[in-house]
Design a protein around this ligand. Structure first.
Ligand SMILES: Cc1cc2nc3c(=O)[nH]c(=O)nc-3n(C[C@H](O)[C@H](O)[C@H](O)COP(=O)(O)OP(=O)(O)OC[C@H]3O[C@@H](n4cnc5c(N)ncnc54)[C@H](O)[C@@H]3O)c2cc1C
Length: 493
């Protein structure tokens, strides 16, 4: 089955799985009120790839069947442009509010399958072969994956990664004829209720002695023993008018418990192998995945600018302080767009003939967006002021007695009617003030690790040659110039 339709996606969610939300164990994800809105929107994303086939679909390099370009292993800069177009279609559907639409994991696994050389390190050749085979299965069946790569926090002072003896973090506890048994927990699997498979792969490197935690695999969500504890639902699937965003785009986040789960051999990509675990994320994961994450984020920034502009138009509010804040959002959006463009234009070939964008502009964005997004929300709240709450519901707007009064007293500036003004301000509040909006801010702060952490690791991606040259011209003192002040540094012995 190549590129799936929305109906095929929804049918795939029917098999029993252990999903908990609120006080319930859910039997039918697609119709449960907590998940219905998200399920319908994700189905729409699958349909969209057919409606926008020119931008979204490409032939599978082996079978010729049409697959989403996010499954493509990029073999040139042109392939990255094709992938960009498909990622943008997906991002625009939820205006960037759904960060973990299936394209996120499609891009991730395309990147992994492109680098069997990396996955083979530490004598993990068998694991590398399996991940390549799995990616074929994934793209040919257009599977939807969730992932959980972070170890749960118990005692922050003990560090971020588990050491031998930690019985909370996911670890291997045994082997069977058919595979391995794993036990423990992981965070935070966004998209869980809407996934066909749960993927586990490395994040921060593990220390010596923690081999049991060095795991990578993917298993169907229906696998016995895997329990998915969803956070409270923020979905409001009542009326698109009242909740234009939070009625539709709650992608969910879940804590995952593996209660002695058997992982079949052919799905084990890293089997308690520290050398492989600590190698595979080092070079190509970041530039590959950040093409998806930043196209999504830039779409959301541009939407934010659009919302802010429409609010100001509704009340003719472009006085200098407001115009300045509006310009601030536009600047963020334009910097993000330019950084993505630069990363694609400066893309380079990696071993094995795969192409990934230049990581530097993308990493700069990764370090900065956790600060920009909260500021964007603050600006929209400041610009919105009390207007976000002078925004009646659909029922009030269509009440025969209230409607003429609302039309008269809640009209906007110029020719902006009450209907338009109310809808703009409801949209703005759903974007920055609703429960889902609050979750989305948390997402932007943490989904690719926190801002402080990302700022601290920029030196991994930075070539200091030019910076050193610029500084050294003031520090280098030739022996003949010693009388101008200063001493040449003594040569090291
Ligand atoms: C909505 C949401 C969705 C998510 N989805 C997924 C998912 O689908 N899959 C998945 O695997 N994970 C997911 N995550 C988890 C995410 O990967 C982690 O939240 C992220 O790695 C940050 O974890 P942390 O608590 O270790 O953060 P930390 O980096 O420890 O940050 C916590 C706090 O400590 C501060 N801090 C930490 N270290 C330092 C330091 N060295 N110097 C200064 N300050 C520091 C930070 O400023 C921050 O305030 C999601 C998280 C959220 C919030």
């Amino acid at each position: 089955m190549p590129a799936r339709t929305g109906r095929q996606f929804l049918d795939g969610l029917k098999e029993p799985r252990e999903i908990y939300v609120g006080n319930e164990k859910v039997t039918d994800v697609a119709t449960h009120p907590a998940f219905r809105g998200g399920a319908e929107e994700l189905a729409a994303v699958f349909d969209l790839q057919h409606a926008e086939a020119d931008r979204c679909l490409v032939p599978d390099p082996e079978t010729g069947e049409l697959i989403n370009a996010s499954h493509l292993i990029p073999r040139s800069r042109e392939d990255l442009f094709k992938r960009h177009a498909a990622l943008e279609v997906c991002a625009e559907h939820s205006v960037g509010l759904m960060g973990r639409t299936p394209d996120y994991m499609n891009v991730t696994f395309a990147g992994f399958a492109a680098r069997p050389d990396e996955w083979s390190l530490g004598s993990n050749e068998a694991g590398a072969e399996r991940i390549v085979a799995f990616q074929k299965l994934m793209r040919r069946n257009d599977l939807s994956l969730t992932h959980t790569i972070v170890h749960p926090t118990v005692d922050k002072a003990q560090g971020d990664v588990p050491r031998a003896g930690n019985d909370v973090a996911l670890h291997k506890v045994g082997e069977t004829e058919h595979g391995i048994i794993v036990r423990g927990s992981r965070i935070l699997a966004t998209l869980s209720p809407f996934a066909d498979e749960m993927a586990v792969y490395p994040s921060y490197p593990l220390p010596e002695g923690s081999d049991a935690y060095a795991l990578a695999f993917s298993i169907p969500m229906t696998t016995p023993g895997m329990k998915i504890l969803c956070r409270d639902s923020f979905s409001q699937p009542k009326h698109a008018y009242d909740h234009p965003l939070s009625g539709r785009f709650d992608e969910q986040d879940a804590f995952v418990i593996f209660d002695d789960v058997e992982i079949p051999k052919d799905r084990v990509f890293i089997n308690a192998n520290l050398a492989a675990y600590n190698a595979v994320m080092r070079s190509s994961w970041a530039p590959n995945i950040m093409q998806q994450t930043m196209i999504r984020a830039q779409t959301k920034l541009e939407f934010a600018w659009g919302v802010a502009s429409r609010m100001l138009q509704s009340i003719n509010g472009k006085q200098p302080p407001a115009a300045e804040m509006l310009g601030e959002i536009w600047t963020f959006s334009e910097f993000a767009r330019s950084a993505i463009y630069a990363s694609e234009m400066q893309a380079q070939e990696y071993p094995g003939g795969v192409w990934f964008p230049d990581v530097r502009p993308l990493h700069a964005l990764r370090s900065t967006l956790p600060y920009w997004f909260p500021r964007v929300n603050e600006i929209i709240r400041l610009l919105g002021s009390h207007n976000v709450f002078a925004a009646p519901t659909h029922a009030q707007m269509h009440d025969p007695e209230l409607k003429p009064l609302i039309d008269r007293y809640l009209r906007g500036a110029g020719d902006v009617c009450a209907e338009e003004r109310v809808r703009v301000f409801r949209l703005a509040w759903d974007f920055v003030g609703s429960a889902l909006a609050s979750r989305n801010e948390q997402y932007e702060r943490f989904y690719l690790a926190s801002g402080p952490r990302n700022r601290q690791i920029h030196e991994m991606f930075f070539d200091p040659t030019r910076a050193n040259r610029l500084v050294d011209q003031f520090l280098t003192i030739e022996p003949q110039d010693a009388n101008k002040g200063g001493e040449p540094c003594p040569k090291a012995a």
